[in-house]
Ligand binder design. Structure first.
Ligand code: NAG
Ligand code: NAG
Ligand code: NAG
Ligand code: NAG
Ligand code: NAG
Ligand code: NAG
Length: 472
């Protein structure tokens, strides 16, 4: 019972049109604006990486003649990105515009004038630099996300060169010579560097895993089911979100029904989890035979007056008590059909279909069939989500019992049903709720944590609307 509920939670712990998605994620304008600082950091690290630029040339100075110069080991020391804006580029991806940025470069210079060599170091401050770039988002033939540099243009406003070391009279002459080629060369480097960085990211995405094994039984497929949809106000990713059995890659008998995320822009991120996604997990556990458990009397709490023996249960099965007075029983509980989760506006319904087969444990340890019951329960579930964990609660909505096979005589059906219902309500569910209340920790993905997440249950899917916090 607890397991079936956990599948839903697991799905949430993990993240329109075309093929139907089991999981949908949306980044809103607010999320994109929050991500701006992060994308600037990425941009900075791309441009600030070790790359070395050498320049050679000559410059004609009256009286002195040709002055040969070489500048080497030019590196970006500091990058300041003052004004920037980020926006969705409908149909393509994300546009980032940086303006009035400045760069501090440094390098070594060497000059030969009148056959006299001289050398030193220099700093260059480049101001009024602007960069406009667009990152394209798509998917590849193996359903992984794909990125490319859709557009890039840069320009440089002013350059201030400052020399250190060497003969001072040369400095000014040299400044003029260096300004134009340096400006050209630095500008020429910016977009290719950016493209190279995006290319590296593309390589990482190419080898990205789109499945993950969660436990010995179940794995999840979170490949894309269609190209990321970039609209003016948001970007959407539709993932398969289907669970499958480890080892045997059988599709579950479910295919997600289409659902649409609501137009809601006050949170950074919207995540939609289809009920079919959770049901595919339940199906895998059921098909793998994981939803079964055996109970013996030793597992019943010591204080319980009700024991798992023919004396206690004999109240409902008079014949059993007569044939096997005071002997231990063993109960095999299993799912008869797979548990089924249904999302209705405002409520989660979990239907459980079980069988309980009881055996008398004979003195020589063989098991003699006693009876077989079908037990059906319907639970109402609630989900609670905070920044660190996901939990919930369940309440009994309905319970019914029928005797599938009484191996021994007549049964007091009504009375037994009443008792089981009581046990479910007073013992089993409080235990399950204690576990669910403690909750399950959320994994931190890319150092992002949720801020004030809000869960709502809609027709066919669970929606999580949340802000996020990035901690490097
Ligand atoms: C510039 O000249 C130096 C020494 O003359 C040489 O080592 C370097 O490769 C040259 N660089 C370029 C870009 O031509
Ligand atoms: C660019 O930044 C500098 C330094 O912060 C500032 O003085 C200048 O006004 C800015 N220029 C524009 C066009 O915003
Ligand atoms: C329950 O007991 C039966 C018979 O002893 C055994 O075949 C089965 O594997 C047991 N199931 C579990 C889940 O332990
Ligand atoms: C165990 O005892 C029962 C009845 O007492 C008998 O029918 C059965 O054959 C015995 N089984 C074994 C394995 O000895
Ligand atoms: C409870 O289950 C019984 C038997 O399946 C059904 O007849 C009854 O309508 C159910 N009651 C509710 C409130 O769902
Ligand atoms: C997450 O944070 C840790 C330290 O807090 C850091 O070492 C790691 O690189 C970060 N990972 C990502 C993906 O940002």
């Amino acid at each position: 019972m607890v397991w079936a509920f956990v599948f839903v939670l697991l799905g949430i712990c993990s993240r329109a049109e075309g093929a139907n998605a089991g999981l949908k994620g949306r980044v809103t304008q607010k999320g994109l604006q929050y991500g701006r600082q992060f994308s600037l950091e990425v941009l900075k690290s791309l441009l600030q990486k070790e790359h070395v630029l050498d320049l050679n040339g000559s410059y004609n100075i009256p009286l002195l003649g040709d002055v040969g110069y070489s500048v080497a080991r030019i590196q970006i020391q500091e990058l300041q990105l003052r004004e920037s804006s980020v926006s969705f580029s409908e149909g393509t991806g994300i546009r980032l515009v940086v303006s009035n940025a400045s760069i501090l470069l440094s390098g070594a210079w060497r000059v030969t004038a009148l056959s006299i060599p001289d050398s030193g170091s220099f700093d260059v401050r480049v101001t009024d630099l602007s960069l406009s770039t667009e990152l394209g988002l798509s998917w590849d033939e193996r359903s992984r996300p794909q990125v490319w540099a859709a557009y890039c243009r840069s320009s440089i406003g002013r350059l201030h060169v400052k020399f250190h070391g060497g003969a001072s009279w040369l400095y000014n002459l040299f400044t003029g010579a260096l300004q134009a080629p340096l400006r050209y060369e630095v500008n020429k480097q910016l977009c290719p560097e950016l493209r190279k960085g995006i290319g590296d990211l593309e390589q990482v995405l190419k080898t990205m895993q789109v499945t993950a094994q969660l436990d010995p039984f179940v794995a999840i497929d979170y490949s894309l089911v269609n190209r990321p949809v970039i609209a003016r106000e948001h970007g959407d990713m539709d993932l398969k979100g289907e669970f499958y059995g480890v080892g045997k890659r059988r599709g579950s008998p479910f295919s997600p029904a289409p659902f649409l995320l609501p137009e809601q822009g006050d949170r950074m991120l919207l995540l939609g989890l289809s009920e079919l996604s959770a049901n595919s997990a339940a199906w895998v556990y059921f098909a793998a035979g994981a939803l079964r458990r055996n109970f013996t009397d030793s597992m019943i709490p010591k204080l319980s007056p009700f024991r798992l023996n023919t004396r206690s249960l004999g109240l409902f099965f008079p014949e059993l008590k007569r044939l096997y007075p005071n002997m231990p029983l063993e109960l095999h509980l299993s799912a008869r059909k797979q548990p089924l989760l249904t999302c209705w506006p405002g409520s989660l319904d979990l239907a459980l279909f079980g069988t309980a087969e009881a055996f008398v444990v004979l003195p020589n340890a063989t098991l003699a069939k006693a009876f077989l019951l079908d037990l059906d329960a319907s639970l109402a579930g609630k989900l609670h989500l905070d920044s660190a964990k996901v939990g919930g609660s369940v309440a009994l909505r309905n319970f019914s019992m029928s005797v599938a096979r009484p191996h021994m005589g007549s049964v007091q059906r009504k009375a037994l049903e009443l008792l089981l219902k009581l046990v479910l309500r007073m013992v089993v569910l409080p235990m399950a709720n204690k576990k669910l209340k403690e909750g399950f920790p959320l994994p931190s993905i890319y150092n992002l944590s949720l801020v004030n997440p809000h869960v709502t249950i809609n027709q066919g899917f669970v929606l999580v609307a949340t802000d996020v916090l990035y901690k490097a």
